[in-house]
Design a protein around this ligand. Structure first.
Ligand code: INI
Length: 153
């Protein structure tokens, strides 16, 4: 049986990051985690391009445009949607996830989802570099792997 697997080497990869300003005290930690992951896997931080948008709802459009630009091997989306901050929680959370999937399928470029959707600020903090890891780093690692998977197809 032939197997195709992506390794976790980021050397030479160029990655776009789309991050929301909403809940920036959490999102900043996701950005740091993503950058740290990229560098620890052999990437050069000069090969990362970070675009800020107002909120998670705006992430998919910019993710699609970055993915279609031909400048990036993958796009990593980072944000934090926290229940209670708005009655629109479900709409923002669902639309951002759906939009990210669409951006990836439409562009043919890996677009990974590092948008936290939590019931509380405490849960968000836990997933932004404290006791439940860093979902920004996880989304970056998935992007690195997916670039290498797609190359092997
Ligand atoms: N955007 C977020 O990124 N996180 C949130 O928790 C959030 N809440 O709760 O409202 C949020 N709302 C803003 C939204 O993403 C858009 O920026 C806004 O609706 C303008 O289109």
């Amino acid at each position: 049986m032939k197997r195709i697997e992506g390794n976790l080497t980021a050397a030479g990869q160029k990655i776009g990051i789309v991050a929301s300003r909403f809940n920036d005290f959490i999102v900043d930690r996701l950005i740091s985690g993503a950058e740290d992951c990229f560098v620890r896997h052999g990437g050069n931080s000069d090969d990362l391009t970070l675009t800020y948008v107002p909120g998670a709802f705006e992430i998919p459009l910019v993710a699609l445009k970055m993915a279609e630009s031909g400048k990036y091997d993958a796009v990593v989306c980072l944000g934090a949607v926290i229940r209670g901050a708005t009655p629109h929680f479900d709409m923002v959370a669902n639309e951002s996830a759906k939009g990210i999937a669409t951006a990836s399928l439409r562009s043919g470029v890996p677009v990974t989802n590092g948008i936290l959707t939590t019931d509380s600020i405490e849960q968000a903090i836990e997933r932004a570099g404290t006791k439940a890891g860093n979902k920004g780093a996880d989304a970056m690692l998935s992007a690195i792997e997916m670039i290498n998977v797609v190359k092997g197809l």
